[in-house]
Design a protein around this ligand. Structure first.
Ligand SMILES: C[S@@+](CC[C@H](N)C(=O)[O-])C[C@H]1O[C@@H](n2cnc3c(N)ncnc32)[C@H](O)[C@@H]1O
Length: 256
């Protein structure tokens, strides 16, 4: 009897870990998010019960408290419960809260790390988040903060780092991100790359400058990469396997 907090990776089923695939194939219950692809869900055992707790920004929401309750209840009744989350469960996935709730309720819990979109997204656009001589660090932030609380990010510190900044959940706040970073002194010419639906057949990559961020709408889900590495991709955007992808026509320094 264990609840496994499993990272489903960024979308491509081939980026699932072997451990995640094994657990999925044996799970009695799969509790999953909106961003987990149908191909990955199809890897579950035929007898598995699916519980969709996806938080659609425009529709039904399952509160975190309800999700914790579902996990505790299923965890007490079943041998193997997989809590499947996009990317890595502990990167803006609220996996920490779920682990704490399960532990508090005496339900055994295990984490299975996944490939996070914060690294895989840039990689699919040919962008290494660190690159010798260009950027020796990367910072991952969320632009999705409680609108009723003061901004907890220190945008001046982020702008001054001069290394790679990766923004998750920034699609609707692209203009705000541009404003905050420009106010904090970051140059408007700083390269930016936007990788949308990374690792899926619908992947798109857009390269621009910070000055232009948010002028055009940014689709969801996207990873926004800001910094020198975004201006000098080492590879053209990754073409996915023939079975699942559309070809990309962009050269690394132009718009796809
Ligand atoms: C709630 S956060 C979860 C992050 C996840 N735990 C991870 O490690 O990738 C959701 C955000 O992750 C990013 N994201 C997740 N999957 C993505 C993908 N396939 N392509 C682009 N961005 C993605 C987007 O910024 C999205 O708004």
């Amino acid at each position: 009897m264990t609840v496994h907090l499993v990272g489903a990776g960024p979308g491509d089923p081939e980026l699932l870990t072997l451990k995640a695939a094994r657990l999925l194939g044996t799970a009695d219950v799969v509790v999953h998010d909106r961003l987990v692809s149908p191909e990955i869900l199809a890897m579950a055992a035929p007898w598995a019960e699916f519980v969709d707790v996806g938080k659609d920004p425009n529709g039904r929401r399952t509160s975190q408290e309800q999700i914790n309750e579902i996990l505790i209840q299923r965890g007490r009744c079943h041998n193997t419960v997989v809590r499947l989350k996009g990317g890595d469960p502990f990167v803006f996935g609220r996996g920490g809260e779920e682990a704490t709730a399960l532990e508090g309720a005496g339900v055994p819990v295990e984490v299975v790390p996944g490939i996070t979109s914060s690294i895989a997204g840039p990689a699919m656009a040919g962008i290494p988040v660190t690159h010798r001589g260009v950027s020796s660090a990367f910072t991952v932030v969320t632009a999705h903060e409680d609108p009723h609380k003061p901004d907890s990010l220190n945008w001046h510190a982020l702008a001054e780092l001069g290394t790679t900044l990766v923004v998750l959940m920034g699609a609707r706040r692209a203009e705000k991100i541009r404003g905050r970073l420009l106010e904090a002194g970051m140059a408007g010419t700083t390269p930016v790359a936007i990788v949308t639906e990374a690792t899926t057949a619908r992947q798109r990559v857009r390269y621009l400058a910070l000055d232009e961020l948010g002028i055009e709408p940014v689709a969801n889900p996207s990873v926004i990469v800001i910094g020198a590495v975004a201006g000098s991709p080492v590879l053209a955007p990754n073409v996915l396997s023939a079975a699942t992808s559309q070809p990309h026509h962009a050269s690394p320094l132009t718009t796809a």
